[in-house]
Write a protein that binds this ligand. Structure first.
Ligand code: FMN
Length: 334
C-alpha cells in the first residue's frame, strides 16, 4: 500500500522521511537538497558552524529545490537564538530542535509563522512540546547517533509517547536502516513518519570525508559505543583512537577553548574540534557520531536510490491499521 504523506503544519512531504540533522557540516545543503527533491524533508545541521555560513547554505538549498528544507539546531549551543533567527531570515521552512528543550522557541515559531519540531525522548517532554505549540515531535530513542536523551529502545519508548500525544504528528527516530523497519514503525507503532540519519551518511551526496564514510562501512556492532559528551549527555559514536583514549580515561582535554560553542561545557574535551576532525578525515583524533545499527549498512548509495529502496520495501508491507492507531492521528487532527 502507498505510504501516506507527512503533513507538518502547512508543509507536506510526499514521502514520510525526515533526514536527521547532523551538525558540524555533516548534513549540509549537499545532502538536504536531494532529500527534499526525493519528497522527504531535507535537514541542514545548523549547529557548530558560523551563522553566516548556515544562512548561505539555507539560501542555496531553498534556491535549488521546492521541497521542504528544515534546519536542526541544538538547544545546548551558546548561539542557539542567533542560529534560529538566522535560519528564519534565510528562509528555512521548519526548525527542528534537539539536545535540550527550548520553551521560548514556540513563541518565535508563532511570530514568524514557521513550524517548530521538537526532538524528545520522554512522554513528559513530548506532552509539553505539544502543549506549547510544536508542529510535530520526533521521538528519538537510544539507537540514534549523536547525543542521546534515553536508554530506551525505539520499540520501548515510542508506545509511551504515542499514548501521551494525540494532536500532532509523531516521527520515530533511532536505528532505522530500511523500509521494512519504517513500515513497521508506521503500521504497528502508529508513527506518522521516520527520521533517519546514519543511512544518509552513507550516501554519495553527504559531504563528510571519505574516511568518515569508511569508518561507517567498517564498523562492526561492537565498535559502536556510548561516549560522554561535554554537553553533559551520552553520545553514540564509532570507536576511534580518540574514543579509546576517552574510554581509558586518558587526558584528552583541549588546552584552550577556541570555539566557545556550548552554553554549559564540562571541558573534558573539545567537541567542536573532535567533530571537525572526523568531518575532515582525521580518524585518529576525530569523534564519529553514528547510530547503533550502522554496522548493518554496507553500501554508499545515491540519495535517490536510498529513497527508492526505502519506499519499495515499505510499500510492499505497509498496510495502515486505523483501528490500532489512536483515532486522533487522522488527517483532521493535523
Ligand atoms: C553524525 C551524526 C550527527 C548528528 N547530529 C545531530 C545534531 O546536530 N542534532 C540533533 O538533534 N541530532 C543529531 N543527530 C541525530 C540524528 O539527527 C537522528 O535523529 C538519529 O541519528 C537517528 O538515528 P539513525 O542515525 O540511527 O538513523 C546526529 C546523528 C549523527 C549520526
Amino acid at each position: 500500500m502507498k505510504l501516506p504523506e507527512l503533513k507538518i503544519g502547512s508543509l507536506i512531504a510526499k514521502i514520510p522521511i525526515i533526514q536527521g540533522g547532523m551538525s558540524v557540516r555533516v548534513s549540509t545543503s549537499a545532502l538536504a537538497i536531494p532529500v527534499a527533491e526525493c519528497g522527504g524533508i531535507g535537514t541542514i545541521g545548523g549547529s557548530g558552524i558560523p551563522v553566516e555560513e548556515l544562512k548561505e547554505d539555507i539560501r542555496k538549498a531553498k534556491n535549488a529545490t521546492k521541497g521542504v528544507i528544515a534546519v536542526n539546531i541544538m538547544y545546548a549551543m551558546r548561539d542557539f537564538y542567533e542560529l534560529v533567527m538566522g535560519s528564519i531570515e534565510a528562509g528555512a521552512d521548519m526548525i527542528i530542535t534537539g539536545a535540550g528543550f527550548s520553551r521560548d522557541i514556540f513563541k518565535i515559531g508563532k511570530t514568524h509563522n514557521i513550524p517548530i519540531v521538537s526532538i524528545v525522548s520522554s512522554a513528559s517532554f513530548a506532552k509539553l512540546a505539544e502543549k506549547l505549540g510544536a508542529a510535530a515531535v520526533v521521538v528519538e530513542a537510544a539507537e540514534a547517533g549523536g547525543h542521546l536523551g534515553t536508554s530506551l529502545s525505539l520499540r520501548e519508548l515510542f508506545p509511551t509517547i504515542r499514548k501521551a500525544v494525540s494532536s500532532i504528528p509523531l516521527i520515530a527516530a533511532g536505528g532505522i536502516t530500511n523500509g521494512f523497519e519504517m513500515a513497521e514503525m508506521m503500521d504497528a507503532y502508529g508513527a506518522d513518519g521516520v527520521q533517519i540519519a546514519s543511512r544518509f551518511v552513507l550516501s554519495e551526496e553527504c559531504s563528510v570525508s571519505q574516511e568518515f564514510k569508511e569508518a561507517y562501512l567498517k564498523a562492526q556492532q561492537e565498535d559502536i559505543v556510548l561516549v560522554s559528551s561535554p554537553v553533559g549527555l551520552p553520545g553514540r559514536a564509532i570507536k576511534t583512537p580518540f574514543v579509546d583514549k576517552m574510554l581509558a580515561d586518558e587526558d584528552i582535554a583541549a588546552k584552550t577553548c577556541r570555539y566557545q560553542c556550548l552554553k554549559k561545557c564540562n571541558y573534558k574535551y573539545c567537541i567542536s574540534e573532535r567533530l571537525l576532525a572526523s568531518h575532515d578525515g582525521d580518524m585518529e583524533n576525530g569523534l564519529v557520531f553514528s547510530g547503533a545499527n550502522t554496522y548493518k549498512m554496507k553500501e554508499i548509495l545515491p540519495v535517490r536510490e536510498i529513497f527508492n529502496r526505502f519506499v519499495k520495501a515499505a510499500e510492499s508491507v505497509y498496510k495502515e491499521h486505523p483501528a490500532e492507531k489512536p483515532a486522533v492521528v487522522g488527517a483532521a487532527a493535523r
